[in-house]
Design a protein around this ligand. Structure first.
Ligand code: ADP
Ligand code: ZN
Length: 227
């Protein structure tokens, strides 16, 4: 069995984090933890927390560090992540969250943080075309739709445009990314944890580059298991 890993994937909205995380999660047999998906499922369940989160998300703003830290802390305590590791998608998003994550993972530190690099003009095009399954969060686009109508190939769920993929909310999220999340690149570089990977090209090419970066890090650190 391939050894697990503890990974973070950074990258702008539309860089392809969601798609690549699903692939990496299968390759390394580790859970894909997307804070955006976790929040969207709370919204769908209509919990009080979900209703509050929905307002924030639809405006393209960020849920507080304190709340997100609690959500991730709880998730990382479960057996699957404890034993195999995980790939985090959408967290940390601020230096405050990175500090919380360092505390949460102090006994089992991260193996690698990857910045998936895609230029702004490309992500703008991708986001305008993005469609997503409301049940399982599989990504599609107007150029790569499901086989039958807007029904998910994977689970039969309804495939729609996300409520926060409007031009205004997209611009706001990209601005917030530059301001709040870009500083994480320096933060992880200083700690020797960062690798940059080019996110342009086919999804298969990008996956191959990501696997190379992760396996190379593993070879260098001589780590064979995350425990
Ligand atoms: P995107 O990367 O396209 O913005 P996500 O699915 O990662 O999409 O997140 C959607 C929304 O959920 C964000 O705009 C934000 O409101 C909220 N969110 C997700 N993760 C976090 C986080 N770590 N901290 C604060 N808010 C978050
Ligand atoms: Zn689906």
């Amino acid at each position: 069995m391939i050894p697990g890993a503890r990974l973070v994937l950074l990258g702008r909205q539309g860089a392809g984090k969601g798609t690549q995380c699903v692939r990496l999660s299968r390759h390394y047999v580790i859970p894909h933890i997307s804070t955006g998906d976790m929040l969207r499922s709370a919204v769908k369940e209509g919990t009080e927390f979900g209703l509050k989160a929905k307002e924030i998300m639809d405006r393209g703003e960020l849920v507080s560090d304190e709340i997100m830290g609690g959500v991730v802390d709880e998730r990382l305590r479960s057996d699957d992540t404890h034993n195999r590791g995980y790939i985090l998608d959408g967290f940390p998003r601020t230096v405050g969250q990175a500090e919380l994550l360092a505390e949460i993972t102090q006994h089992k530190p991260l193996d690698l943080v990857i910045d998936l690099v895609v230029p702004v003009d490309v992500v703008l095009e991708r986001l305008a075309a993005r469609r997503v399954c409301t049940d399982c969060a599989t990504n599609y686009s107007v150029d790569n739709p499901p086989r039958y109508g807007w029904v998910c190939d994977n689970c039969g769920g309804e495939v729609v445009q996300r409520a926060d993929d409007t031009p205004e909310a997209i611009q706001k999220r990209l601005d917030l990314y530059e301001r709040e999340t870009t500083p994480l690149i320096a933060y992880y570089q200083e700690r020797g944890l960062l690798a940059e990977v080019d996110g342009l090209g086919s999804a298969d090419d990008v996956t191959a580059r990501l696997v190379d970066a992760i396996d190379e890090r593993r070879r260098r650190s001589g780590a064979s298991s995350p425990s």
